[in-house]
Design a protein around this ligand. Structure first.
Ligand code: ACO
Length: 343
């Protein structure tokens, strides 16, 4: 005789944040330094973006170097060096092939762990976080290191003032462990989305299979990152606001329940517009864009690590994460900040 199935299946395993870390290259570049060679000014950059400086990796420093720095700190803060998977969100891998995550895992002493890159431009960290939570929920991993790392400066046209002033390099990382959805630090629900019909708004045109580097050499500008700033601004506000509202609804949180909005650090004005649209007071937005610029897939974990180190994120604080990037892509999730033993 077969055993009857239990009437209530066990709840799925949740991913619980249990460590955080970040890494910046040593060289900071101020707005004034950029204004020396670009037709721009500190006043314009600060008032239109909120950025005062950004860090830039010098030649010889690759994305994996920053990823290893952030990953090592996150593992240390989690209290154990072991994980079953390493996910690296990046738009600037060390090479087109292979993925950068296996090399990062090996340098962290994690040879044998599953390791892969996640590509969703500035939404990459949110997508990687959801993938890590999925691995844990499926029982494929008990502990996952999720890193966002970029050397975006390698994609920029140094003479294009509309992008050269915005982006910076850096990395941030978190460690997730299997746990219970009711625990502090548990991630979710998630909201993820895309609109590939608007991929031309944010591109590096050449270098892939569509516009190849072999054969006719591409126009120089096609090898650089290009963005239609005004349109991107509009979509960023619309998509992050809708995604944040959706995830709050699914979590059963009201806007007034959110203690900290940690959004993708694209532009301080974008963050404030999103907060206004969702109904979160601007003083509850954490922003480090003034010091690091837009670090693409690294921006949310870098902000989390800084907010944690500054004592802004304290145990029990309710945190909303939301991101938007090329693709177009967007995503959001929520968590209650864990206690000192967990982050
Ligand atoms: N310094 C001085 N003037 C500038 C600069 C600069 N660095 N950049 C542009 N300008 C000028 C323009 O040429 C324009 O001059 P004009 O009026 O004579 O034509 C004027 O300033 C206004 O230009 P806008 O593009 O309308 O400026 P805006 O206020 O929109 O700011 C910015 C531009 C900062 C790029 C803004 O549009 C923005 O932040 N967009 C969103 C960026 C973003 O969210 N990126 C994240 C996603 S990217 C990713 O996924 C990797």
């Amino acid at each position: 005789m077969s055993t009857p199935l239990p009437s209530h299946p066990p709840p799925p395993r949740a991913a619980v944040l249990t460590g955080v870390g970040s890494c910046l290259p040593p060289t900071a570049v101020t707005n004034d330094e950029l204004a020396e060679r670009l037709d721009s000014s500190d006043a314009w950059i600060r008032s239109r973006t909120g950025i005062r400086r950004r860090y830039v990796a010098s030649p010889g420093t690759a994305t994996s170097d920053l990823a290893v720095g952030a990953g090592a700190k996150a593992l240390k803060s989690s209290g154990t060096p072991d994980v079953d998977a390493v996910l690296l969100a990046t738009t600037t891998p060390d090479r087109p092939c292979p993925a950068t995550a296996p090399a990062v895992a090996a340098r962290l002493g994690l040879t044998g762990a599953a390791a892969y890159d996640v590509s969703a431009v500035c939404t990459g960290f949110l997508y990687a976080l959801a993938s890590g939570a999925g691995l844990i929920a499926a029982g494929a991993a008990d502990r996952v290191l999720v890193i966002g790392a970029e050397t975006f400066s390698t994609l920029l046209d140094p003479d294009d003032r509309s992008t050269a002033v915005i982006f910076g390099d850096g990395a941030g990382a978190v460690v997730l462990r299997a746990g219970d959805a009711a625990e502090p630090g548990a991630l979710g629900p998630f909201d993820l989305g895309s609109d590939g019909g608007r991929e031309e708004l944010i591109t590096v045109a050449a270098g892939g299979s569509r516009q190849r580097l072999s054969g006719v050499p591409p126009a120089t500008r096609d090898q650089y990152f290009a963005m239609e700033g005004k349109e991107v601004f509009r979509h960023a506000v619309r998509r992050m606001s809708a995604s944040a509202r959706s995830v709050l609804g699914r979590a059963g949180w009201r806007a007034e329940d959110v203690d900290h909005l940690v959004g993708h650090q694209a532009n301080l004005r974008i963050t404030h517009h999103v907060a206004d649209a969702v109904g979160i007071p601007r003083r509850r937005c954490f922003s480090n864009i003034a010091e690091v610029g837009n670090t693409a897939a690294a921006s949310i974990p870098l902000a989390l690590d800084q907010a944690h180190a500054d004592g802004v994120l304290t145990p029990g604080g309710r945190v909303l994460l939301t991101a938007f990037g090329g693709g177009l892509t967007w995503g959001s999730t929520v968590l209650t900040w864990p206690g000192p033993d967990r982050a």
